[in-house]
Design a protein around this ligand. Structure first.
Ligand code: ADP
Ligand code: ZN
Length: 819
């Protein structure tokens, strides 16, 4: 359409930077042809030529002159309104750069899906009747036959699937060079479109009403009152109206047009008048601090520490109220909103009349797209969502709430491996907004930030109405054996507590952590799991090699036959016991209605909500579940919470295992006692003396933090340092391992301290990854650790730029949450 031009002869042209969804280090420069000049703005999509393809990219900058030679014209601008503002872009760019991720790919993942034109390349057979084909190889002949049978041509993947034997790309190229086949490119439209409806309005210069029928007059009167009305609205008011409207149209009384209608992520609900809550003194103090910050319009980050049920949500609501009343926008992040339908109802109830956008993975593309646009235009100012909502393009953003800020689901561990919790703080800073990180068990990093004066501390030390915290009992599983000497899944204490609960017609929750693949060895005599002497994380069993390995540093020992600590000879694998749980429950309590909630039982849309509703209505007596059940649900009839094994999380090969265990136990315990009845919590463990368990039993958060900080400091783990994990993979095990080792050496050389002493960046590994092979790719990792964030990131960048080869793929996980 537009010719390639030499930019130097057209100095007045306009140039734009385009980020494209490919793994490129930086955006590309394009020129903007005259007719498109007026509308080439940052935040819009553009169709651009790229090699022989046409791709959708995002305009991320406007230049006066070209910064490279041989610039090509963009082909089209695809949006009338930008999808994000330049402030939003500044934030997205920061994220992409911090997580070492290409900007174009980042934008592609951030923006609602299904909006990009995609090119579709097809192979078409040319007229080959005159050409003798006998000399062609068999496979090329086959391909040609297939193509001739399909006049519209076929995509490479379709052809490949029809001709199963080996790659056909080379054969196709040969056919193309021989002029027997050509390629055709066409563009596929995006699958998300604006939704429109017909709009009926009064025609300009319409004749008088005198000769109109009664029905017609009614509709005209309605339109006179409202100006215009959509067809859905008319149907709701007048029933079958289309014949009447048609007649009015004929008489020239009304005119038809189209308008955009939006799909919504919230369903209208029946509203009761909102319960007036009188905030208690602690809540008032917290709200006042937030309001003061909001009024100053300066960056403020607060840690709101309050046990479950202490009224944190009411504090968030008051702050949100303040923001909305003064015309700003607010973002409310929750770990997994799909799991918390109750919360959404509560927000709708509280903010009646306010449009709310809900963003999470269960929302359809059309709705997501409409939400995005309405948020961007400032039509929706209250956004609730899971981690991806941190990117919502809220104009005049004043408040970001991160509820359950310690929750690991804020970290995305595929593609752009970002932490929405961390980004929330950055975004608040860039927007001069207030960020509230709330939790009953804050991340140790947040506590540390409070101590260094970076965060303001707000706290709600008491439960609302002084409801007591549940009584926690720790059961030592070392002494729980059945008649055959086997370890029991359900201790006597837990069994009798369940009996009592059910006989009182109350409900119970059993928590079991099934975080799967990790198998460790432990000694039931002393309760210890075998751990790495260098890294203080537990060792993982590699059964084939009959070795125990450390996933941080690759330390390995052959599987010992007795416990190195107490010399006990009863060393056991861990994991199998939990699978027996459901069977065991069914045998022990045949009359009890149980339901299980985990990834397997909740894949269907709405399955979560259904299980929770049934439990809430007491159609289920016992809910068995993973982490999922620890999140935010409020069940007033639950008086017993059982933790099947605290050891599963305690022995994860992760330096945060103790912190996670404490958090998990505290959160699980918080599920009980939401009603007037006092609740009981029973924790089963082989490590009854572990500080994480003892502190959780006593609800002693600060005691735990003190102990944990001391340990972290002695090993220089976060928050005293930062980490980046290099995830390395290769199809070729030997070559891959060589390159990985070489990369490790290069990292050590780079980080050598010129003046002697400790290296600038500590390089741990390379080690085999926890899952050593996925889809035939062999996997390793190198951990970088340093208190010098600048050096840490420079080294990571250096390694990814120099280490990425044809055989070795490198992904960076910045501030990793799992290893
Ligand atoms: P959290 O978010 O800390 O778990 P919530 O804000 O959900 O706590 O409060 C727990 C329960 O107590 C909710 O039902 C809430 O409506 C109620 N609540 C909160 N604050 C008050 C208050 N000041 N007076 C009475 N009830 C309150
Ligand atoms: Zn180690």
């Amino acid at each position: 359409m537009f010719q390639r031009r030499n930019p130097r002869t057209f100095p007045l042209l306009m140039y734009v930077k385009i980020a494209i969804n490919i793994p490129a280090d930086s955006p590309f420069t394009y020129s903007v042809p005259d007719p498109l000049r007026g509308c080439a703005d940052v935040g819009k999509r553009a169709l651009v030529p790229f090699g022989s393809r046409r791709l959708t990219g995002y305009i991320v900058g406007v230049l006066d002159g070209p910064d490279v030679d041989n610039v090509r014209d963009i082909l089209e601008i695809l949006d009338t309104d930008p999808l994000f503002s330049s402030d939003d872009l500044a934030f997205y760019s920061w994220a992409a750069s911090y997580y070492h991720y290409p900007l174009g790919k980042a934008l592609h993942e951030i923006l609602p899906g299904g909006i990009n034109l995609t090119s579709d390349r097809r192979y078409v057979a040319l007229d080959v009747s005159a050409t003798p084909l006998n000399s062609l190889p068999e496979r090329q002949k086959n391909i040609l036959e297939r193509l001739k049978a399909s006049p519209k041509g076929m995509s490479l993947s379709r052809l490949q699937s029809l001709l199963a034997n080996g790659p056909i790309r080379k054969d196709l190229s040969a056919l193309v060079s021989a002029n027997l086949v050509t390629t055709l490119e066409c563009l596929k439209s995006p699958d998300v479109r604006k939704k429109t409806e017909q709009l009926v309005s009064l025609a300009v210069g319409r004749p008088s009403n005198a000769r109109l029928s009664e029905r017609q007059k009614e509709i005209v009167a309605y339109l006179e009152r409202k100006g215009a009305a959509g067809v859905d609205e008319l149907r709701a008011c007048f029933g079958s109206h289309s014949p009447v409207v048609r007649q009015l149209l004929k008489k020239g009384v009304v005119a038809l047009s189209h308008r955009e209608v939006y799909r919504s992520s919230t369903e209208p609900r029946e509203m009761r008048p909102d319960r007036q809550i009188q905030l208690n003194d602690d809540q008032v103090a917290a709200v006042n601090a937030l309001k003061a910050g909001l009024t100053r319009k300066k960056f403020l980050s607060c840690l709101l520490h309050g046990v479950t049920g202490s009224g944190k949500t009411e504090v968030y609501f008051s702050a949100m109220d303040h923001v909305l009343a003064t015309g700003g926008g607010a973002l409310y992040l929750v770990p997994e909103i799909g799991l918390t339908p109750q919360l959404l109802h509560r927000v709708q109830q509280r903010f009646q009349g306010e449009e709310i956008a809900v963003l999470h993975s269960d929302i359809g593309r059309g709705v997501r797209y409409d939400n995005w646009r309405r948020i961007q235009k400032g039509e929706i100012r209250l956004v609730i969502g899971a981690r991806s909502a941190v990117f919502a393009p809220v104009p005049d953003l004043r408040l970001i709430i991160v509820d359950e800020e310690h929750d690991s689901s804020y970290k995305q561990d595929v593609r752009m491996r970002y932490s929405a919790r961390d980004l929330a703080v950055v975004r608040a800073k860039m927007s001069s907004a207030v960020v509230v990180l709330g939790s009953a068990t804050p991340d140790i990093r947040s506590v540390y930030s409070v101590r260094r004066g970076k965060y303001t501390s707000l706290s709600l030390p008491r439960r609302v109405e002084n409801r007591p915290l549940p009584e926690v009992e720790v059961v030592d599983m070392k002494v729980q054996r059945d008649g055959n000497g086997q370890f029991q899944v359900l201790s006597d204490a837990l069994q009798s507590a369940l009996h009592r609960t059910f006989s009182e017609r109350r409900q119970a929750i059993l928590f079991l952590n099934r975080r799967g693949f990790h198998t460790f060895l432990f000694c039931p005599e002393c309760g210890n799991a075998l751990s790495c002497p260098n890294c203080s994380v537990s060792l993982t069993l590699h059964a084939k090699a009959n070795q125990l390995r450390c996933h941080y540093c690759d330390y390995s020992v052959s599987t010992p036959s007795f416990c190195p600590t107490c010399h006990g000879r009863d060393i056991q694998f861990f994991g199998a016991g939990t699978e027996r749980l459901e069977d065991e429950i069914k045998m022990t309590f045949p009359q009890i209605r149980t339901s299980r909630m985990d990834r397997d039982t909740t894949t269907a849309r709405g399955a979560h909500a259904r299980i929770l509703r049934d439990f809430d209505r007491h159609e289920i007596d016992l809910l068995i579940g993973t982490q999922m059940i620890t999140k935010g649900h409020d069940f007033s009839n639950v008086t017993l919470v059982g933790v099947i094994s605290a050891d599963t999380s305690l022995n994860l090969p992760d330096f945060r295992a103790a912190e996670r265990t404490f958090q998990l136990l505290a959160q699980v315990s918080g599920r009980g006692g939401r009603g007037p009845e006092k609740a009981q919590v029973i924790i089963q463990t082989f490590n009854p003396d572990h500080y994480a368990i003892l502190r959780a039993k006593d609800h002693d958060y600060s005691g735990f933090i003190e102990e944990e900080l001391r340990i972290r400091k002695s090993l220089n783990y976060p928050p005293f340092s930062r980490m980046i994990n290099l995830q390395l993979s290769s199809l070729n095990q030997d070559r891959g391992r060589q390159e990985v080792d070489e990369l490790g050496r290069r990292a050590r050389t780079w980080s050598r301290n010129p003046s002697g002493g400790a290296p600038v960046v500590e390089v741990i590994g390379p080690a085999e990854a926890p899952i050593a092979r996925i889809k035939n790719r062999h996997r390793w990792q190198i951990l970088l650790k340093s208190d010098n964030i600048h050096a840490l990131h420079s080294l990571a960048r250096h390694l990814i730029l120099s280490g990425q080869t044809k055989t070795l793929d490198i992904k960076l996980d910045v501030d990793p949450m799992s290893f």
